[in-house]
Design a protein around this ligand. Structure first.
Ligand code: ADP
Ligand code: ZN
Length: 601
């Protein structure tokens, strides 16, 4: 009797159910047809080719752009008892020869290979001598010239179909925007391939955005809700990375910096520690992230505005791949808008490209300032409808109070206009609040009719209003990058009273005492005390096993699996094997040791 996809899922991976469209994809590919798979990070893309690789005769060839990613995937497959290997520049000559030997002898179910190696005549010659089960092209968006992960070799991968038209191909990506999708289809010759698009929602991620007024303290307050957990803090600049990492270390957090300007060896060491140790906070530029498939990243924090919603979604998507609760948090202020605007305008790009980038920034500001469900706003950006009220974003958890802000907007706009459309938010707020200073009288701004018309609101409320007006395009941030505000296209109608505007009131809670942000409610998974103790003992066992084999702990078992074991206390191997995530190979390797730890009460 031939084995089914479900048998393999159960026996090898130890999972009970397919996730989303996995089963349909696996059956399609296993039956020998091409497909393109768009699933979010953590959506379970690897299984979509790993199971067909085991169902079909021959070796599956997986094209993957990153060495670290390949190594982890192959390690995870070894743990499952699957015959897999990789070929890339990290192997020595003899090691590579050994892998090639196994390939030629038909001993491998999966071979991961870097695109530049795959494309050599030598390697294509090897492929001509073996039976190929399928081609999987991971991170397929690397063919896109417009994306930041562009890899020129990816554009030549159509050679695979030309030489082996009968071998099915699967291309996979988490980048969903339609232009990238079209480029993948065109470049890889996948016009006839079936497309599988899963929902891009990441229900286990909670979204929060707050005003940045005391960045480092806000970050620390956020991190205190995630003690001992692994996470990533993104900063815009290398300097920002260094300073933030330093201030976190001084405050007692296990923080490490990562950016492209660092010594390569130190950078690699930091990445390795992040992957292998528990509870490291990686402070990084966006140079860090692609290919990091660490499943238990519990939070992603943004200390600056990212460049686009797509970027933001990809970065935050690195949290919670294991499906357990995770948090995406951002602190932003108008200063970030000015910096990004300057980066766009000062860049070398064509006018058309700049227009696109400006639009992307606007969309992101809209997300930051929205009073609606953040999840619905994010998904709408990917053309996906969500009913809102997700119950797991700041706007849903504590709905913002709105008020008719037309009059306040008129005051603010008129202060900007009357001061000559060149001052930043801080000065505009001072004018509105009627703050006297030498500078104020020097400019004569204390004699303006708008001087002091806003005493009814505090600084913070006015800053919030200014941000909301920027997001509504009633104000623009100047392109010189000094943060000056000027009237935007929507200002006129507001000033003339032809249009009204709803604004969010800065909540009392957010204002708090001394401007402190509310403390993050910790996301905890509840285990009773004896179970929590068992969980800790299991974690210690896992750490020992991982060290002995020199592999990351999570390739042995995810936290979620250990938690399930701790909660259900299996007494026999049979019971242990029924827990999701415990496949046959892991049961055989670790089953006895786990039962021993449990028995040891
Ligand atoms: P992606 O490549 O789409 O980001 P992965 O393939 O790395 O996602 O899968 C994310 C995590 O989900 C992995 O740890 C994987 O083992 C787990 N996973 C995948 N499919 C299932 C499933 N059907 N049931 C339970 N866990 C799954
Ligand atoms: Zn919501």
């Amino acid at each position: 009797m031939s084995q089914t996809a479900h048998d393999v899922l159960r026996r090898v991976f130890g999972y009970d159910r397919f996730r989303g469209p996995q089963q349909a994809i696996i059956e399609h590919l296993a039956s020998g047809q091409d497909c393109l798979v768009l699933l979010p990070t953590g959506g379970g893309k690897s299984l979509c080719y790993q199971i067909p690789a085991l169902l079909r005769p021959g070796t599956a060839i997986v094209v993957s752009p990153l060495i670290a990613l390949m190594q982890d995937q192959v390690e995870a497959l070894h743990q499952l008892g699957v015959a897999a290997a990789f070929l890339n520049s990290s192997l020595s000559g003899p090691e590579a020869t050994e892998v090639e030997g196994r390939l030629l002898r038909g001993e491998l179910d999966l071979l991961y290979v870097a695109p530049e190696r795959l494309l050599t005549e030598r390697f294509l010659g090897l492929l001509a001598r073996i039976r190929i089960a399928l081609f999987a092209i991971d991170e397929a968006h690397c063919v896109s010239q417009w994306g930041h992960d562009f890899r020129p070799e990816y554009r030549q991968l159509d050679v695979l179909h030309a030489r082996w038209p009968e071998v099915p191909r699967i291309a996979l990506t988490a980048t969903a925007d339609p232009p990238t999708r079209r480029e993948i289809v065109e470049r890889l010759g996948l016009a006839d391939a079936r497309q599988f698009v899963g929902s891009f929602d990441r229900p286990n991620i909670r979204y929060r955005v707050e005003e940045k007024h005391a960045g480092p303290q806000q970050l620390q307050a956020f991190l205190r809700g995630h003690q001992g957990e692994s996470g990533i803090v993104y900063c815009l600049s290398r300097k920002g990375v260094e300073q933030t990492a330093e201030s976190l270390r001084a405050a007692g957090f296990a923080a490490l910096p990562y950016h492209a300007g660092m010594d390569a060896a130190i950078r690699a060491q930091h990445q390795r520690r992040f992957l292998r140790e528990d509870g490291i906070v990686m402070v990084a530029t966006i140079a860090f992230g692609m290919g990091i498939d660490k499943p238990d990243v519990r939070f992603v924090a943004h200390m600056n505005l990212p460049k686009s919603i797509e970027g933001y979604y990809q970065e935050t998507g690195r949290a919670g791949r294991d499906g357990e609760p995770a948090e995406a948090w951002m602190a932003y202020g108008l200063g970030d808008v000015a910096t990004l605007a300057q980066m766009i305008e000062g860049g070398e790009s064509s006018e058309e490209r700049k227009r696109i980038e400006r639009r992307k920034l606007d969309a992101l500001l809209g997300y930051c300032e929205t009073t609606r469900c953040r999840r619905a706003t994010l998904l709408a950006n990917f053309g996906e409808e969500h009913p809102g009220h997700c119950g797991s974003c700041d706007n849903c958890l504590s709905p913002p109070e709105c008020f008719d802000g037309t009059e306040a907007a008129q005051k603010a706009l008129s202060a900007v206009y009357r001061t000559g459309q060149r001052f930043g938010a801080a000065h505009i707020v001072d004018v509105l609040r009627g703050k006297r200073s030498e500078r104020m009288s020097e400019y004569g701004h204390d004699r303006l009719p708008t001087f002091g018309v806003g005493v009814d609101l505090d600084d913070r409320a006015w800053r919030s209003i200014l941000r909301q007006l920027v997001a509504a395009r009633a104000l623009d941030v100047d392109i010189e990058g000094y943060g000056g505000l000027r009237l935007g296209p929507e200002a006129r109608a507001l000033l003339r009273g032809e249009r009204r505007i709803e604004l969010r009131r800065e909540s009392v809670r957010a204002r708090g005492k001394g401007g402190r942000p509310p403390r993050a409610p910790a996301i905890t998974i509840t285990l009773d005390i004896p179970a929590a103790e068992r969980f800790e003992r299991l974690r210690a066992l896992r750490a020992e096993l991982a060290r002995a084999q020199n592999v990351p702990a999570y390739v042995i078992f995810h936290d979620s699996v250990l938690r399930a074991i701790a909660a259900t206390e299996p007494a026999t191997l049979d019971e242990l094997g029924r827990i999701s995530g415990v496949g046959a190979a892991k049961l055989e390797r670790y089953g006895e040791a786990i039962l021993a730890v449990l028995a040891h009460d």
